[in-house]
Design a protein around this ligand. Structure first.
Ligand code: ADP
Ligand code: MG
Length: 237
């Protein structure tokens, strides 16, 4: 069943065309990754899905969306617990405390509840952002290069953590990255964005749960190369 459906989506910034007649669909519970070079329109695409930029065409998406960016995923002036609780209006304080406690545990940040984002590592900050989206019961998570600024070790750990959460909560995820390896490891499907549109689509059929070791398999490397070539084909033409 389609959870997100996009038809003929175009985004223009004044005279500049950032996306041109893009079609896209995601099933409920599917994990889709989008790879593309810097400037290819990845952030613009997520913003259009979230309704943050004017667009032409048709976007069908659930209302309850969680959006996570690389650098400004948390509110700097709120503590970890306050970040998770932010916007949980309409719930009484007892309910709120329960939700906060549950999501602090999920994010493995029980000992950081009263800290501010500036006192956290990059990985911890991203976990706060995701915990906030889950606390709000977002059905769809739009993630814009969330792990782009993390070191390789933390990135690997965060990928595993995200997959565990995704499996447990059955969310629909659209994950943008410029890292091909990350896209293949995480996703059910990888789309390549280039020249204002999607130019390639790859089904990733590694069984789940996935282990780091698949990254060293021949199948993984074949996919990596195909996606790399798809990303680069438009340079020479
Ligand atoms: P990516 O996230 O893949 O790096 P973006 O979606 O941020 O790409 O940008 C796509 C293109 O649109 C780039 O050429 C960028 O310069 C341009 N762009 C992005 N935002 C704006 C804006 N607000 N006004 C004008 N051009 C923009
Ligand atoms: Mg971007």
């Amino acid at each position: 069943m389609n959870h997100i459906l996009v038809k003929n989506l175009s985004v223009n910034y004044k005279n500049f065309c950032a996306l041109k007649s893009v079609n896209f669909d995601v099933n409920k519970g599917e994990f889709v990754a989008i790879v593309g070079k810097s400037g290819s329109g990845k952030t613009t695409f997520l913003k259009a899905l979230a309704g943050f930029v004017p667009f032409l065409g048709q976007v069908t998406i659930p209302k309850n969306i969680g959006m996570m960016f690389q650098n400004y995923a948390t509110f700097a002036w709120l503590t970890v617990s306050e970040n998770i609780a932010f916007g949980l209006d309409g719930k009484n304080s007892k309910e709120q405390i329960k939700i906060i406690d549950e999501h602090l545990k999920l994010a493995e940040l029980e000992d950081k509840r009263d800290k501010y984002p500036a006192e956290l590592s990059g990985g911890q900050m991203q976990r706060v952002a995701l915990a906030r989206s889950l606390a709000h019961n977002s059905e769809v998570l739009l993630m814009d290069e969330p792990y782009g600024s993390l070191d390789a070790y933390t990135r690997d750990k965060m990928q595993q953590w995200l997959l565990n959460i995704w499996t447990k909560y059955n969310k629909t995820i659209v994950f943008v990255t410029h890292n091909i390896e990350e896209a293949i490891f995480l996703a059910d499907r990888v789309l390549v964005l280039n020249d204002q549109k999607f130019v390639g689509e790859y089904k990733i059929s590694f069984t789940r749960p996935r282990n780091e070791s698949i990254k060293f398999s021949p199948e993984f490397n074949i996919l990596r190369q195909e996606i790399f070539e798809s990303l680069n084909q438009h340079l020479v033409s």
